[in-house]
Design a protein around this ligand. Sequence first.
Ligand code: PLP
Length: 230
Amino acid sequence: MHAIKQNISSLKRRIANSANQCGRDPSSVRIIAVSKKHNLDSIKAAYDQGIRDFGENYLQEAIQKIELYKPKNIIWHFIGPIQSNKTKLIANNFSWVHSVDRIKIAERLSSQKNPDLPDLNVCLQVNIDDETSKVGFSKNEIMTVIPYLQELSGIKLRGLMAIPKFRRTMDEQRKPFYELQQLFMRISNQMQNNTSFDTLSMGMSSDLEAAIYENTNLVRVGTDIFGKRP
Ligand SMILES: *Cc1c(COP(=O)(O)O)cnc(C)c1O
């Protein structure tokens, strides 16, 4: 668990360095610790270092952890692929969902969330590379669906998320992040005074510097906090 402490301090140094290089405030970059496949001891070790945001991909695994571990102010983020028969559990156990990739999923989260719970924070996943996998909204489609999704009750549109394919160099990594940022700006302008649309969820262990240069405010980091997944 000692490694986790050191990993978090070097991660914070990396974030601070990149932020300083491009004139940003390092505290504007929020860290989501991606704890999928890692156990509660690892999560506790990160919590003890001040991490409050945790990201999970696999619903069953996540629910077990959420039920067993309820420290103060912890925030759970669902970041994995969403099957439509899992939306109810997701809506009622997480504060954030980053991987909303089609209209039907947004509608189900909206209608199935317990109205007594606070609004669910939602990022729309964008298929930024137009890869054949087809996960996520296309860049064109997203502009047209936003006005509708914005009206759904119980969910709050917070921003965009993308997982670009692997690229080796910083310059190459910046391109898809730049595109996502541009798309985000276009949508923000279209939404005018919606101040809660404020989140670019982009950047992981291997490309977070590039994401910081392109204005991410939320990096999802697994390996560089917890080590390789078992
Ligand atoms: C696993 C995962 C991460 C973390 O990836 P690392 O390379 O381990 O930092 C971030 N985002 C999503 C959507 C993931 O599935």
